[in-house]
Design a protein around this ligand. Structure first.
Ligand SMILES: Nc1ncnc2c1ncn2[C@@H]1O[C@H](COP(=O)(O)OP(=O)(O)OP(=O)(O)O)[C@@H](O)[C@H]1O
Ligand SMILES: [Mg+2]
Length: 724
């Protein structure tokens, strides 16, 4: 039912900047439109500040009620409140929630029809627009056309407030930097005299200053609240000492009842697998990630919001602004990249202030994988500067904080708060984390983890990765792959390109990597496949989603075609029939893995792309000849013997570390060559094919250099790996 606006103007005293609104009148608005009894925390202060025309920086915890700080001003004054939002999903949610309450709100985005947009513009052109809140993306702000419309509204005295939601996105020091947010710095100049309200839940002091400076805020009222979320119980579970993390999570969900939950995974494939596993075991759930089309994702979101499904297994695509109040469990099935990301994601639990739980499943393999991905982030963009190098170091430092949260003993809550610069006594926790509630049990688990790790010689293994990080930091290139890129693409994807760890490792500018790094990526992919095999996660026969579709095959051909084009450019004139060659190479991948599992197939395609980026002309010519021969032979698909991928990750690690085998030339790409060998006997012209363990040992000589790493690096690494 549409509610009539309250006659609030009568509650104000004075005019213009001196106009003041009575607190009672503002509370009345809150109750009338939103049904809340009182303002929370710093809401009222922020509202009063912006209504009086003052800039305000508002740091409130996740779920703290930041939106109210601009929604109430929109109701208190006639005119428009402009809200800048990073995600279309977020705008849609807020606008539809406001409309349900009878508040006139709209959003403008690329997803809308011209007709809808025109209707909004027509309303804005009226002498007295009915619109109170207009949500827009930062990209739109940057377009001259829209800016001139805004300037017209401003000149007519109808623009009351500019609210920048998720304002930390403006800072390159923030965990979610968006280049498009930088464009907001023009707002102050174009729209002078309009108060700016910057809102965020996660900004360390450096980010806060950066945000205020970038937006040109003038003597803003800075409101900061504690980051503490007393209603969330924090817990870490250790994958390496659990028999089966999937089963453990299933048990947790079952024993908690049919509660609303979010499970975050690093990779899309894992979302699909875990979701299928949980569904098969009676949990009402669905996967959600950027690999799905918009329609599917929004229907999953709707089902979850309306309680048709209880659990969403998602990548970070399931992001900011998801406002379901009664989320009881937020589980991170893989370690997040930073404490800020963890805080924001886990903060989606208990927005109704009722008891909720954050569970993080920590695994050493996940740790190393994330470390590796972060190291590679640096190579994504071609820019190079010392400040970017600093950012790269910050990524690793941020991640180490997260590792410390998992591996260190002591109050988890205190660690979270300290990471945001809040010094608090451990007594604040009141036994609402596992380390405070069950200190002995946590100490035992950490001890067990230490023993397990030692027995697997993980530290040694980790040095390989550390080495790659150190190697790459020399290259002076930095990429913020972990942050969201342009919202133009985001409007379609609504997601950071880090959404899928696999994709990140595969798609970052691999061609720039040293060959040793390529080998490491291959190693990881094999190790992961083996691990999944061991865990019985190959659900291919049960889950249709794992089938390699014709569409996917076409996309892979295109990807190979592009890689061939690049190889051609790098090596000079070699071949003409790119299309045929791409098709043959794809066929080879399909024959090898097309019938086993989509992720294996994709992995094989990625391997081939990488190989194309580093190979020499002789190998490439031979490879293409063999591929073409194979294609013309039209041999039936050859299945990989199960033994080839059945060895456990432990075995792989042990082999990697302990075996002594002759080295193999670093330019040899194991997986590609192996794939040729497995399908043909004509591989004689190619370099000798090593076994997997031979291959990994081939790096031995190079990795010995690890021992020569500067002492400080060694020490840091040991410190990080130390389990307290
Ligand atoms: N004064 C209040 N009293 C009770 N509930 C409130 C109050 N203000 C806001 N809420 C509710 O709190 C929930 C979270 O609000 P909101 O989405 O604005 O939080 P947020 O601070 O923007 O969180 P996030 O950082 O996750 O975006 C909403 O469901 C909202 O209705
Ligand atoms: Mg919000």
């Amino acid at each position: 039912m549409k509610k009539s606006p309250l006659p609030l103007q009568s509650a104000s005293i004075g005019e213009g900047k001196n106009q003041k609104w009575g607190r009672e009148a503002l509370v009345k608005l809150l109750r009338w439109h939103f049904g809340h009894a009182q303002f929370r925390d710093k809401q009222l202060e922020a509202i009063e500040a912006v209504l009086s025309g003052r800039d305000c920086f508002c740091l409130m915890p996740t779920g703290g009620g930041k939106s109210m700080c601009y929604q109430i001003p929109a109701l208190a004054k006639t005119g428009i409140v402009l809200v800048v939002c990073p995600l279309i999903a977020l705008m849609e949610n807020q606008v539809s929630a406001l409309k349900e309450k009878g508040i006139s709100a709209e959003f403008l985005s690329s997803t809308q029809t011209t007709q809808t947009k025109n209707k909004i513009y027509e309303d804005l052109a009226l002498g007295k627009p009915s619109l109170r809140l207009l949500y827009v993306t930062p990209e739109l702000i940057a377009t001259p056309g829209f800016m001139s419309k805004l300037m017209k509204i401003h000149s007519r005295g109808l623009l009351n407030l500019i609210a920048i939601d998720e304002a930390h996105c403006i800072s390159t020091w923030g965990h979610d930097f968006r280049p498009s947010y930088r464009k907001l710095s023009s707002l102050r100049n174009h729209l002078p005299g309009i108060p700016i309200l910057a809102l965020t839940a996660t900004a360390v002091p450096k980010v806060q200053n950066d945000v205020m400076q970038s937006l040109g805020m003038e003597s803003p009222l800075v409101l900061t609240s504690s980051f503490n979320r007393p209603n969330i119980y924090y817990e870490v579970r250790y994958k390496d000492i659990l028999d089966d993390a999937y089963a453990d999570l299933l048990k947790k969900l079952k024993t908690s009842g049919a509660v609303c939950s979010i499970i975050y995974c690093l990779e899309r494939a894992m979302c699909d697998n875990l979701s299928a596993y949980l569904s098969e075991n009676g949990i009402s759930c669905a996967a959600y990630h950027a690999g799905q089309n918009d329609k599917l994702r929004s229907s999953i979101l709707d089902d979850w919001i309306s309680s048709k499904i209880q659990v969403v297994v998602a990548t970070v695509a399931f992001g900011m602004g998801i406002d379901r109040k009664d989320v009881r469990i937020v589980c991170h099935f893989n370690i997040p990249k930073s404490m800020e990301a963890f805080y924001q994601e886990s903060g989606r639990a208990g927005r109704d202030q009722l008891p909720s739980t954050s569970i993080l499943y920590y695994g050493i393999e996940d740790h190393k994988r994330m470390e590796f991905i972060l190291s590679n982030a640096k190579n994504k963009k071609s820019q190079s500067s010392s400040s970017q190098d600093g950012l790269f170091k910050k990524l690793l430092a941020d991640f180490n904080q997260m590792v410390e949260y998992c591996e260190g003993s002591g109050c988890r809550r205190k660690k979270i708060l300290e990471s945001f610069g809040e010094q608090v006594p451990a007594s604040l926790c009141k036994n609402s984390c596992d380390a405070c509630k069950h200190p002995n049990q946590v100490a035992r688990q950490l001890e067990e983890l230490t023993t397990t790790c030692a027995s697997r010689q993980r530290n040694q293994f980790s040095k390989i990765l550390m080495r790659s990080a150190v190697d790459m930091s020399d290259e002076g290139q930095y990429s913020e792959f972990w942050n969201r890129d342009d919202e133009a693409s985001c409007s379609e994807e609504d997601i950071s390109d880090s959404d899928d760890g696999n994709d990140v490792a595969k798609s970052s500018t691999i061609s720039k990597f040293k060959s040793g790094v390529n080998e490491r990526i291959d190693f990881w992919e094999h190790a992961e496949e083996n691990y999944n095999q061991k865990k019985g996660l190959d659900r291919k026969n049960k889950v249709d989603k794992n089938e390699v579709s014709e569409q996917l095959r076409e996309a892979s051909k295109q990807r190979l075609f592009e890689a061939l084009t690049l190889a051609q450019r790098r090596l000079g004139s070699l071949m003409n029939e790119f299309e045929k060659s791409a098709s043959s190479l794809e066929n080879e991948c399909y024959k090898k893995y097309g019938k086993s599992r989509k992720s294996f197939y994709l992995s094989q395609v990625a391997n081939t792309v990488r190989w194309l980026s580093t190979t020499n002309s002789t190998d490439l010519t031979n490879r293409l000849r063999i591929s073409d021969d194979l294609a013309s032979e039209n041999t039936p698909p050859k299945q990989e013997p199960s033994g080839s991928t059945s060895s456990s990750l432990n075995q792989v690690i042990t082999e990697t570390i302990n075996e002594e085998v002759p080295s193999v030339t670093s330019s040899t790409n194991l997986s590609c060559v192996s794939s040729v060998q497995s399908s043909t006997t004509t591989a004689a012209s190619l370099p000798p094919i090593p076994s997997f363990s031979e291959f990994t040992k081939s790096r031995k000589a190079k990795d010995r250099a690890v021992d020569k790493l500067p002492e400080t690096v060694e020490k840091n690494m040991e410190k990080r790996m130390r389990l307290r």
